[in-house]
Design a protein around this ligand. Sequence first.
Ligand code: ADP
Length: 684
Amino acid sequence: MPVERSEPRLAEELHKYYELYETIGSGGFAKVKLGRHILTGEKVAVKIMNKKDLGDDLPRVKVEMEAMKNLSHQHICRLYQVIESPTQIFMILEYCPGGELFDYIIAKDRLSEEETRVFFRQIVSAMAYVHSQGYAHRDLKPENLLIDGDHNLKLIDFGLCAKPKGGLGYELMTCCGSPAYAAPELIQGKAYIGSEADVWSMGVLLFALLCGYLPFDDDNCMVLYRKITKGKYDNPNWLSPGSVLLLNQMMQVDPKRRVTVRQLLDHPWVTKDYNSPVEWYSQQPLGHIDEDCVTEMAVNMKRSRESTTALIREWHYDHLTATYMLLLSKKQRGKPVRLHREPLASEDAISPLHGRSQTKKTLHFTDDDDAVILGRVDLCSDYMDDCPWVSVTRHTPQGAGEKTQRTIDDKRLASPLVENRCVQTTTPEKGHAPAQHRQERKRRDRDPTCENKENVALQETDVEIFALPPPRTPASGKKHPRPGRNVLTTPNPSLSNGTRGTALTPKVGGSGSKELVKKKAAESKESTNLEILAFSPERRSRSLDMAASDSGKKKKAGRVFGSLERGLDKVITMLTPGKRRALRDGPRKIKAQYNVTLTGQTNPDQVLNQILSVLPSKHVDFSQKGYTVKCRTWDDFGKVTMAFELEVCLLHRPEVVGVRRQRLKGDAWVYKHLVEDILSTSSI
Ligand code: ADP
């Protein structure tokens, strides 16, 4: 008897099967929370997206979901389940507790050639598989590689991937991805082969692993594009001849002269010390069904093994698929293949695999108190309110600090604006009405020829042509003081001291900050291989630009500083008993980890005060709870460009105060620079 599969896919389904915990990340479109699958007890990542906020980017999410359903590989983050309500989409994903490869690189300054090779082999393995399935990823960067519990890499973010109907050899046109990782042919708006463009990005990624900064970088997009199209970069002196050669083979401006992923599989640099080519085939092919898992599920569902197998084979990416995959994951890690059997009401027509009454177990949203107030409208766009925060310092565009209680207006301001653009030749005026932007974009989106027209216009005026947008804000890096030392770095014994230092701080502002929009992939995938140009909003943090210009205007900065001190007094007197207790209890005691900066100081309050006093001068809004400071920056349109946490904590050995950092949203290289700046200015 077939099992009824028409149960309504409502958001409540999420609460039936999963417990939700804290926010562990957020991207341009989603908030990601830690969750637990109740039946298996396994941890999962729950990617939460609000359809209204997604707007025109909804197709991008559909592309990502379809791709992830088709891809099953040891180095690709697994999709377990999709839950869709009329207003929201929840993607239940394999949980990667090790964070982003990006954070790992910056914490170590750069990786040794040996460690780089371990990771790079996994990247080659994932990409060879992705290409073998007819996909190009098109957004390869260290932020999109997560580290799992076994220190293995998992590729995420398939929202920009393309699967040309005629195969990967067919040319694509959509210019997408992050500029710093984009291949020259893509930047120039030429037709390109997806797999060739991916190899270029892998070259940039390899360089970032080995060097700790980007090969092509500039605050000014046009300068950056020129650098990329010339393909000239400097090889630091610590690179081995083999590394220099491989990088050169990958970052060939002419895609036809670029090494292929196939060639990388047994490239001498890649196989060094391994003496074997990279294994790229899937160790977990979708077709295979594990008998032990089937048996356990059949018992739980009170069904025959045959019918259970048949149900699993339908791969609906519902709770049944999730349960099977999570059970299999348990088995692969040597854990018992057991489902948690909780008593179910016998009259419950739905088996445990198909849902449980909400009343049987209380599930908690730990950090969405505000979402309740706002009817959960902001579930995706806001991460800040884990609990009632003391207050939020909100800066006006002019930079004047203004202490406010959080209001609904604040949240409205924080809601994402639609800013995708075709080639834009002028920098919008400050205060340019967002609505106007939206209308302009809609006009361009409706007009599939706008790309060509604009390119023609550019040609006529004899301006260099790049398919990517110019910067929206003036280049400011040169004015920005660099932090004196790399404060994000934890000692990396594998690197020799002699070579560290000069080249290790990435260039200011990091052009990785100019992230492109990721859209239109779906339409193009559906219809034709000729895709429409589309860009993402730049992710440069406005606060960074302002901090930069402030470096030459110390007096002005001093005024902001004064207002902060007054504000802090207020904050302390406003503390509720709970908050006072949080401070009285002292900071958390943790072990040294790669995302913790050691301070050499022993007084946590002093460190906390130092950080709090510096944030306004960097134009960072913050809210404080105990020893954790949640920070964010905004752009001129009121959109949150960066969100991160700094937590003052105590370390056992050495017994000093540390600062744990976690990026929640925003461009990784800009985040690195900003946090370095905050910590070094705080004299930490
Ligand atoms: P978006 O599609 O909106 O860009 P991402 O998929 O990139 O969102 O996720 C945003 C962030 O959430 C990631 O950069 C990462 O830090 C975190 N994250 C995403 N997926 C996972 C996961 N499976 N496990 C742990 N953290 C994750």
